[in-house]
Design a protein around this ligand. Structure first.
Ligand SMILES: Cc1cc2nc3c(=O)[nH]c(=O)nc-3n(C[C@H](O)[C@H](O)[C@H](O)COP(=O)(O)O)c2cc1C
Length: 201
């Protein structure tokens, strides 16, 4: 076992199955920041995801500056209101107005946003980055932290101005923005349909 795996195991003892079944999309966070050491453990878990042709195409931006998170959230909402975000039509039927109200914060006031970017290395980059995201979310759960993927933020993060501000070279694509923080209260599970089995030969 690598040192990083040993270190992660010392503080997070939840089983893989427990983490899978306890992870929730958390949308209410306490204001405190997460320590750098914990974030580094989550990033280490992320880069242990499977990766096609062993490309490891990911790179990460960590944002904990509250003013910056607010500015990014405001820009996410501007893109939604203007219709420039291709996700806009998909929100119909999901209370689209809620996402653009002045009180709405796209990051639910979480203290940390981790953005996973992909390098242009082929057809599996998106899969690799989302697998890394899932590892990060499960590891966060094992550390007693909440997470939520924020697809709403992808369009803003891929604008030239945000790439520049967050130090992402133009050729990288923001794929998986994940908020992380200490949850306030419990988040009830969202039920799932049973797996649809097409064949079992
Ligand atoms: C690719 C992706 C994008 C998502 N984007 C958002 C988002 O922008 N805002 C949000 O509140 N939840 C977002 N979610 C969270 C889903 O709404 C949530 O996972 C789903 O409702 C199931 O709930 P659970 O994760 O608690 O089981 C996203 C999830 C995924 C996988």
């Amino acid at each position: 076992m690598s040192n990083s795996a040993k270190n992660a195991g010392m503080e997070a003892s939840m089983s893989a199955m427990d983490a899978i079944y306890h992870r929730r999309a958390v949308r209410d966070y306490a204001p405190e920041k997460i320590d750098e050491a914990v974030i580094r453990k989550l990033l280490d878990a992320a880069v242990h995801a499977p990766t096609a042709i062993h490309e490891e195409p990911w790179a990460f931006a960590i944002i904990q500056d509250k003013a910056l998170l607010k500015r990014l959230s405001d820009n996410v909402k501007e893109l939604l209101v203007s219709g420039a975000d291709p996700i806009h039509p998909l929100l119909r039927g999901h209370g689209a107005g809620r996402f653009t109200s002045p009180e709405f914060n796209a990051f639910y006031n979480a203290g940390t946003l981790v953005v996973i970017y992909g390098r242009p290395l082929g057809p599996f980059v998106v899969a690799d980055c989302w697998l890394a995201a899932e590892n990060l979310m499960l590891a966060a759960c094992a550390h007693g932290l909440g997470t939520c993927p924020i697809g709403l933020a992808v369009a803003a993060l891929n604008s030239p101005q945000w790439k520049k501000e967050l130090g992402a070279p133009a050729e990288l694509t923001a794929i998986a923005p994940i908020i992380v923080g200490k949850p306030v209260g419990a988040t009830p599970p969202v039920p799932r349909k049973p797996p649809e089995i097409l064949c079992w030969k």
